[in-house]
Ligand binder design. Structure first.
Ligand SMILES: NC(=O)c1ccc[n+]([C@@H]2O[C@H](COP(=O)([O-])OP(=O)(O)OC[C@H]3O[C@@H](n4cnc5c(N)ncnc54)[C@H](O)[C@@H]3O)[C@@H](O)[C@H]2O)c1
Length: 267
């Protein structure tokens, strides 16, 4: 019998729910993107690790390869359509056809609306919304040709609930919800599912960098007061939701935004 290229420690049956197609994860150099890339690789998928931070992307790839998985790092700024298109062309050659796309790359910024500059507003949308659009556009032709694909986009609780000081951030994440639902309707008959995840506060470098330095512990204590589960979420918990939505275990789910916020809002 041929020897598996995956680590012997790999629990049996993990490939269940996935086809032999490559996965692309944007923002995979850190936080939830990294956790999702690692989780998908553990499920046996070859993972294209996209990030504008090349070192971070390579570090994620090293972790995956060290774990016995398959991955390749691509330095891509998702807000630049040419970079995205070039990367997808390379990915198909290196890792094979792309069946799974995870759009996670994003930034955060705290700023009252009257102080948001044109450039800051445009930057927020160009990374979150344009980046998601460019990657979906690059992945779709192959998915449509094969009649199979699964896409999951990163939104945010702030898009549902609103957040003072983050109007551009929340508006961009709400745009992602509209894109997700419309694309899900547009491509459902072609075998392509499109879903989203809207996390509450997740303990990542991005979340910490947006909060109060020395006052971080106090900030966390204040924040969790309104969370019934009483804590921040972890990147690994969110990664599991991405994996589920991408997999065939979610084969009857499309156009949905899964909120993961410790119970903060219960619509
Ligand atoms: N952390 C939270 O509480 C939280 C909650 C809801 C949604 N989100 C969203 O989840 C996503 C990931 O957040 P995180 O907390 O894991 O952040 P993170 O900073 O740990 O990771 C984000 C990654 O995206 C990359 N990135 C940023 N701009 C990019 C670009 N233009 N092109 C390619 N890569 C780019 C960064 O280099 C970084 O590696 C973001 O879209 C964020 O808005 C975060």
């Amino acid at each position: 019998m041929a020897k598996s290229s995956r680590t012997p420690a790999q629990p049996a049956g993990l490939t269940e729910g996935f086809r032999e197609l490559a996965a692309v994860v944007t923002g995979a150099g850190s936080g939830m993107g990294r956790a999702t890339a690692l989780a998908l690789a553990r499920h046996g998928l070859a993972v294209a690790v996209l990030d504008r931070n090349e070192e971070a992307a390579k570090a994620t790839t090293d972790l995956i390869i060290g774990d016995g998985g398959r991955a390749h790092a691509y330095k891509v700024d998702v807000s630049r359509s040419r970079e995205v298109d070039r990367a997808f062309a390379k990915i198909q050659k290196k890792l094979g056809p792309v069946g799974y796309l995870v759009n996670i790359a994003g930034i955060d910024e705290l700023c009252p609306l009257e102080k948001i500059t044109d450039e800051a507003w445009a930057r927020m949308f160009s990374i979150a919304v344009n980046g998601c659009f460019y990657c979906c556009r690059a992945a779709l032709p192959g998915m449509m040709e094969r009649g199979f694909g699964s896409i999951v986009n990163m939104s945010s609780l702030h898009a549902v609930r609103g957040q003072a000081g983050r109007t551009h951030y929340a508006a961009s994440k709400a745009a992602i919800m509209g894109l997700t639902k419309s694309l899900a309707r547009e491509k459902a008959a072609l075998g392509i599912r499109v879903n989203g995840v809207a996390p509450g506060p997740i303990d990542t470098p991005l979340w910490r960098s947006g909060r109060g330095g020395g006052a971080l512990t106090k900030d966390i204590a204040e924040r969790v007061k309104v969370i019934p589960l009483g804590r921040l979420g972890t990147a690994e918990e969110i990664a599991e939701i991405f994996v589920f939505l991408l997999s065939s275990h979610a084969s009857y789910i499309t156009g949905q935004i899964v909120t993961a916020d410790g119970g903060e809002i219960m619509p």
